[in-house]
Design a protein around this ligand. Structure first.
Ligand code: SF4
Ligand code: SF4
Length: 479
């Protein structure tokens, strides 16, 4: 079926005000992308070598160009929504957006795949034919009950901590309980491998102070709000704590609204845009309320690259919402990654020495989606004694990609193993990143690769703010 483009008809120039937007026949339940967005690919292939799944497989169908071809065919109605090949190739995409960085034609790949997955998710035939009862239950649990509900997320964090600290985890692993054949019969054959990914939840969960405000430790010049995030608050509370300390040492009062929720990135990336929009509305209200209480916010700070890129796209996510669209645009303009913010305000340089060698892994949603490459390096290079060793392919995905390492375990591990070869080449004792997913994935990579067996000191994985926090403390100890 071909795409129908409404034209004004007749001779002479087209009056574009009278040209109705093209509605692709494949998009029956949702608006779908614009015609311009869907047709911008010129098939040059410059993105191919930037694509991790193409580099792993060498297959056109696992490349950005191949997937764009499939998405367009679906949009034009020549591939059915429940076609298994369509799902297979789209599902293997990491949504890392490395193809966008390479593309000379400005193809908005991330936007296109999000819109396509959203349509597929709304189609009853996909729900009926393509998903097993276990998959439906997991989607409901993860996208509707866990991430959107902070209370459930905290409960999950506490239960995981109990599982780890009570000895149940080591018992389960020793007895091989999660390797029993019954799991395979239930369609959960990888559960034993997935359990090994679990980060160590050793700290109390990060919560906002009752006052919702942490005052600046240095002369106060700015007022910012912290977007504390769901995974970061539960699995890496120490990163949020370090972020608050770093901000308060950088002339900033930090407001932490306690009614904020998950940013909705996982929902948006997995075809659940409606619920992602719902979470965006909740967050906009929470930060507006904080602004009404504490006064104008200079920025909304985020220390998780994946969340940051979604928060910056709230305007587009709520483009058709007459009540929230402008508020979403205003919210999005304030969002700053922590590295972007610190470099923008000419950060406090009262660092002590850190005698360490580090290498930096660019989180995909920082370098490709937000185009932030220099600020983290500026900050690392400002720490006396710290030596930054650049890693080959630091801009290539580590294989984490939200829940990709759970849904596409085998490909994720192949990509991770290659990443760890690059880490090993640097000889650095520490890998720095700016995203919780990468952090947890790289920790797994350290364990999987056995890299520590070749080192006197174990390789550490840290968030950028943890190093900065350490450097400020070293500076204070010296004073
Ligand atoms: S988003 Fe990443 S994995 Fe997907 S097509 Fe683009 S480069 Fe490849
Ligand atoms: S997505 Fe961009 S880089 Fe890739 S083939 Fe199309 S036009 Fe070329």
């Amino acid at each position: 079926m071909s795409v129908e483009i409404n034209r004004t008809g007749g001779r002479g120039p087209i009056d574009f005000n009278q040209v109705a937007p093209v509605k692709f026949p494949g998009f029956q339940m949702t608006d779908g992308p614009s015609y311009d967005d869907m047709t911008r690919c010129i098939h040059c292939g410059l993105c191919l070598q930037n694509c991790p799944t193409y580099r792993e497989t060498g297959m056109e169908t696992e490349s950005p160009r191949g997937r764009l071809y499939l998405m367009r065919a679906f949009a034009e109605g020549t591939i059915e929504a429940d076609n298994p090949n369509l799902h297979k190739h789209l599902d293997l995409c990491l949504q890392c957006r490395a193809c966008e960085t390479a593309c000379p034609s400005g193809v908005r790949y991330g936007h296109l795949i999000e819109k396509t997955l959203d349509e597929l998710n709304h189609r009853p035939e996909v729900e009926e034919k393509r998903r097993t009862p276990a998959q439906k239950a997991i989607r409901w649990l993860v996208f509707r009950q866990l991430f959107p509900k902070p209370r459930n997320m905290r409960f999950f964090g506490l239960a995981s901590r109990l599982y780890q600290q009570s000895g149940l985890q080591s018992l389960t692993r020793r007895a091989g309980l999660l390797r029993w054949p019954v799991w395979k019969k239930l369609g959960l054959g990888k559960i034993g491998d997935l359990e090994l990914m679990m980060p160590k939840i050793s700290q109390p969960i990060f919560t906002a102070p009752e006052s919702e405000l942490v005052p600046a430790r240095t002369e106060q010049r700015y007022r910012v709000a912290l977007f504390s995030g769901c995974i970061m608050s539960v699995a890496l509370a120490q990163v949020n704590e370090a972020t608050v300390r770093v901000l308060t040492r950088n002339y900033s009062d930090v407001v932490i609204p306690n009614t904020q929720s998950c940013c909705g990135a996982l929902n948006v990336h997995n075809g659940d845009r409606d619920y992602g929009q719902e979470m965006a509305r909740r967050n906009i209200e929470a930060f507006e309320k904080a602004e009404a209480r504490f006064g104008k916010l200079d920025a909304i700070i985020i220390n998780a690259a994946g969340c940051g890129s979604t928060l910056k796209e709230y305007g587009e996510l709520l483009a058709n919402d007459p009540v929230y669209h402008e508020r979403a645009e205003r919210f999005a303009r304030k969002v700053k990654d922590i590295s972007e913010y610190l470099v923008g305000i000419k950060f406090n340089r009262d660092f002590g020495r850190l005698e360490t060698t580090v290498t930096y892994q660019d989180a995909c949603h920082l370098i490709h989606a937000q185009r932030i490459q220099k600020p983290p390096r500026v900050l690392l290079n400002a720490v006396p004694g710290l030596k930054l060793i650049e890693m080959r392919d630091s801009d290539k995905c580590c294989g984490s990609a939200g829940i990709y390492n759970v849904t596409q375990y085998d490909m994720s591990m192949k990509i991770l193993d290659h990443k760890m070869e690059r880490v090993a080449e640097t000889g650095a004792g520490c890998v720095v990143s700016g995203n919780p997913g990468c952090h947890i994935q790289l920790q797994l990579g350290v364990r999987r690769s056995g890299i520590n067996e070749t080192r006197d000191e174990p390789v550490e994985v840290v968030h950028l703010v943890q190093l900065l926090d350490q450097a400020y403390r070293a500076g204070e100890a010296h004073d």
